[in-house]
Design a protein around this ligand. Structure first.
Ligand code: CUA
Length: 332
């Protein structure tokens, strides 16, 4: 019995930690919102406890004292009058604390946007995320479904949608922001803890809304600079002749209609950029792990794995499927 209570308690506490929770803040913006949440919890908790306390007192009084007091309470009863004033003052104080807290939290959130040192453009698609980093040397460096952020730096994320309304949410780092077609929104992210976190589309956007996730990796500024430099590089031609044939299949065949591989003829824009596909942890927006088997399965039967996906099945011979998946996992 004692043990099961301990297990339940540890589950309850474990629910406050993890890669996708606003209760374990790892960034300035989420810390801000978490503090506001705690303030609201305390103010409302105290008000709730007081209401219950007075209710219990009234019930007790009705049972034990009711017969002994005069039922006709005068409207001018001074004690009641004073208690009502005290209660009204208490409610007003609570509301002033909550309003001031929300104002300060809002103000701190907008300050982050102005302090940003890094510009990122994120576009929601049914059902994946296009992610582009502004290159200090000009232009944009593109990837998908995996957001890297430098610890302690502020990124200004410009959010847009290619189709319907989505919502961008990395609960450990910041609050939610709607992603609306035709109306760019801005969100500042200042992560303070190195590690992997998980983001999720938080607005119903069609059948695969739940599989519109993304990984977020917060790393040291030096690691981030390395990562960005690697993402900027073009896809290297493979030295293995079997992989060279696979590269030709991918970059000159049907895949190239939708995907781009920088440094090759593949320049499609409908789907995710595959230049450094294998540097990412997951494929298909958090649907499958980045393994050769998953890639091969995804190419053959994407609609069995993620019904409704825009990615069409690509029939390949067994030998070609094998070579193509080997080539794709070599794209680090
Ligand atoms: Cu995109 Cu839900």
């Amino acid at each position: 019995m004692k043990r099961s209570v301990a297990i339940h308690l540890s589950w309850a506490l474990a629910a406050c930690q993890g890669a996708q929770t606003p209760l374990d803040p790892a960034g300035d913006q989420s810390q801000n919102l978490f503090s506001l949440f705690q303030l609201m919890l305390w103010v409302c908790g105290v008000a709730y406890a007081l209401v219950l306390l007075f209710l219990a007192w009234a019930i007790w009084r009705a049972r034990h004292v009711a017969g002994r007091i005069d039922p006709a309470i005068e409207p001018g009863d001074r004690l009641i009058g004073r208690s009502l004033w005290a209660w009204a003052a208490l409610v007003l104080m609570g509301l002033v604390i909550l309003t001031t807290g929300s104002f300060l939290a809002d103000w701190a959130l907008s300050r982050g946007e102005r302090a940003a040192a890094l510009d990122i453009r994120i576009t929601g698609h049914q059902w994946w995320w296009r992610i582009e980093y502004r290159d200090p040397a000009g232009g944009w460096i593109e990837t998908a479904n995996e957001l890297h952020l430098p610890e302690g730096g502020t990124a200004r994320v410009l959010l847009g949608s290619a189709d319907v309304i989505h919502s961008f949410w990395v609960p450990n780092v910041a609050g939610k922001m709607d992603v609306i077609p035709g109306k760019p929104n801005m969100l500042a992210l200042t992560p303070r803890r190195v590690g992997w976190f998980r983001g999720q589309c938080a607005e119903f956007c069609g059948s695969q809304h739940a599989l519109m996730a993304f990984d977020v990796k917060v790393e040291t500024p030096a690691q981030f600079a390395d990562w960005l430099a690697r993402q900027k590089a073009v896809a290297m031609p493979p030295s293995d002749p079997a992989l060279r044939r696979a590269q030709q299949l991918v970059t000159e065949g049907v895949c190239a209609g939708c995907h781009r591989l920088r440094g090759t003829p593949a320049a499609g824009r409908a789907g995710p950029d595959l230049t450094h596909l294998a540097s990412r942890r997951m494929i298909a927006a958090g649907t499958l792990p980045m393994t050769r088997g998953a890639i091969q399965g995804w190419i053959a039967q994407p609609r069995a794995l993620k019904p409704g996906t825009m990615m069409p099945p690509v029939p390949l011979s067994a030998a070609d499927a094998d070579a193509v998946s080997r080539y794709l996992v070599s794209l680090k």
